[in-house]
Ligand binder design. Structure first.
Ligand SMILES: Nc1ncnc2c1ncn2[C@@H]1O[C@H](COP(=O)(O)OP(=O)(O)OP(=O)(O)O)[C@@H](O)[C@H]1O
Ligand SMILES: [Mg+2]
Length: 225
């Protein structure tokens, strides 16, 4: 579990860094292009500018390859049985739940049609949501519900808890990279950012809303296989 958490944290860290590095890279490419187009740029500077352009593009490609930062899941996507994926993830999070006296429940019809997606990525999303819920509940004890249902030809996954929920004034920021309310060294603030990115790659959207009755509720949709 500890090893898995470390790996997941490393992945989230890398994805966040890639996101932050991509913006300045895009700016450098823009400025280089401006200089390349300007008529008063000295001709002897052109080869240097072209080299800058090529090297920056190389970094960008490297990041893309390294992190699979592409909005296209078509290549690796396949049918995913969400109830059993949810079950596996609950097992992974079980030690954390036990430590914090959290009771977890899965609400899913086993006959649901499969979703179209990348099992590994979706598992990471579920694990992020479950660990967030457990961490929010702290060690006061509480409940976590994981639900899967079908509506209007799409699959909906819900992760809810009866912890403190997100303070309304912070709710608009929780999907930002590096946004965390956890003490230093305990959260990188990349869990939700990365999860939203993975869901978006599937053509879905991850949202937060306060849970009726108290706590947090995260919900996302996926296409059917
Ligand atoms: N279930 C929840 N209940 C209450 N607050 C939550 C919940 N899930 C997320 N949050 C809030 O959103 C913030 C961002 O969550 P996110 O998963 O992105 O980062 P993190 O958990 O702080 O760090 P990590 O990168 O380790 O996941 C949290 O710090 C917390 O304040
Ligand atoms: Mg988190």
């Amino acid at each position: 579990m500890a090893q898995l958490e470390k790996l997941a944290a490393l992945g989230r860290m890398a994805a966040g860094v890639a996101h932050e590095v991509n913006n300045p890279l895009a700016a450098i490419l823009n400025y280089t292009e401006v200089l390349l187009r300007r008529s008063d740029t000295r001709p002897e500077s052109l080869p240097t500018l072209l080299k800058i352009d090529a090297e920056v593009r190389r970094i960008r490609e490297l990041l893309t390859d390294l992190l699979g930062f592409t909005r296209d899941v078509a290549r690796s996507a396949g049918p995913v049985e969400l109830p059993s994926l949810a079950m596996e993830t609950l097992h992974l999070a079980a030690p954390e739940f036990k430590r914090r006296r959290v009771q977890a429940q899965l609400l899913a019809d086993p006959d649901l049609p499969p979703a179209l997606g990348e099992a590994q990525g979706l598992k990471q999303v579920l694990l992020n949501l479950l660990l967030n819920a457990a961490q929010a509940i702290d060690d006061r004890g509480g409940h976590v519900w994981l639900g899967v249902e079908e509506a209007g030809g799409r699959l909906f996954v819900e992760a809810a808890d009866d912890g403190p929920g997100v303070p309304p004034e912070l709710a608009g920021r929780i999907f930002e990279p590096f946004f965390t309310t956890k003490p230093e060294g305990q959260g990188t603030g990349l869990g939700l950012f990365t999860s939203a990115e993975i869901v978006a790659r599937h053509g879905g959207r991850l949202r937060y809303e306060p849970r009726p009755g108290g706590g947090a509720l995260f919900r996302f949709d996926l296409p059917r296989a």
